[in-house]
Design a protein around this ligand. Structure first.
Ligand code: PXP
Length: 258
């Protein structure tokens, strides 16, 4: 997984910091502290290239007014959302830099799998076109499976974000075969997407311990990372956590895998 140095000449890998769980903590007490927009500003000052936030249908963490304030920052905002008419309207009014369309299910704890692009192409295709017309770069959050990656390219998505959740789960197990299989799927998915002309992003469940193998895949241009960074901020501060993640990604890109 970490042999050779294939990423040494790769372009820089951007880091998008997902601040949803700062809002989770705020909402636990119902007030306005800690403020996710303040966290976004700190993450940007610490090396994040952009901010990601997911406006869920149930508003369990990020709220409409948070999105509006995040869009006012002088930095790229990646607006994560489900493929619904309500979210389309909010996203078009918010005018973020980018929009990542994800599957959403009320009872899930987090985004548990990728989009069924093959099954939903008729819904997704016009949405991608409308967002693109508004100047918003669209990505589809997909499992690293050929069929969905090819379908994403066919319906005009410029970007796919590969779901790294299975790699995270596998890395917590002690089964090397499962870890290797999960890694191989991401690596092959990244190659397939790149060859199909898509920009490749990845995210979900990335930590200090598993990020480097993913960041070393040269065609991956952006990683979106949230829960671990907000959790680690309890121990080392958000500034320190983002700086360390940035360093690990940059080192993986120059071949300094730990
Ligand atoms: N990318 C997407 C599309 C996501 O839905 C999420 C979770 O909201 C993330 C990245 C970040 O995942 P995590 O919080 O596990 O780092």
């Amino acid at each position: 997984m970490s042999g050779g140095n294939p990423a040494a000449n790769a372009p820089r890998c951007r880091l998008g910091v997902n601040i949803d769980h700062v809002a989770t903590l705020r909402n636990a007490r119902g007030g306005d502290h800690p403020d996710p927009v303040r966290a976004a500003q700190l993450a940007l000052a610490s090396g994040a290239d952009g901010i990601t936030a997911h406006l869920r249908e149930d508003r369990r963490h990020i709220r409409d007014e948070d999105m509006a304030r995040l869009a006012g920052l002088d930095a790229p905002l990646n607006f994560e959302m489900a493929a619904t008419a309500e979210m389309m309207n909010i996203c078009l009014n918010t005018r973020p830099h980018a929009c990542c369309i994800v599957p959403e299910n009320r009872s899930e704890r987090t985004t548990e799998g990728g989009l069924d692009v093959v099954g939903q192409r008729e819904t997704l295709e016009p949405m991608i076109a409308r967002l693109a017309d508004a100047g918003i770069r669209v990505s589809l959050f997909v499992d690293p499976e050929e069929a969905h990656i090819h379908a994403a390219a066919e319906i005009g998505a410029p970007v796919v974000e590969l779901h790294t959740g299975e790699y995270h789960e596998a890395a917590q197990s002690t089964t090397p075969v499962r870890i290797q299989a999960a890694y191989d799927a991401i690596e092959a998915g990244a190659r397939t997407a790149h060859e199909a002309g898509l920009e490749v992003h990845a995210g979900h469940g990335l930590t200090f311990h598993n990020v480097q193998n993913i960041a070393a895949i040269p065609v991956i241009r952006e990683l979106n990372i949230g829960h671990f960074l907000v959790g680690e901020a309890v121990f080392m501060g958000l500034d320190g956590a983002v700086r360390e993640m940035r360093r690990l990604i940059d080192d993986a890109r120059t071949g300094l895998l730990v």
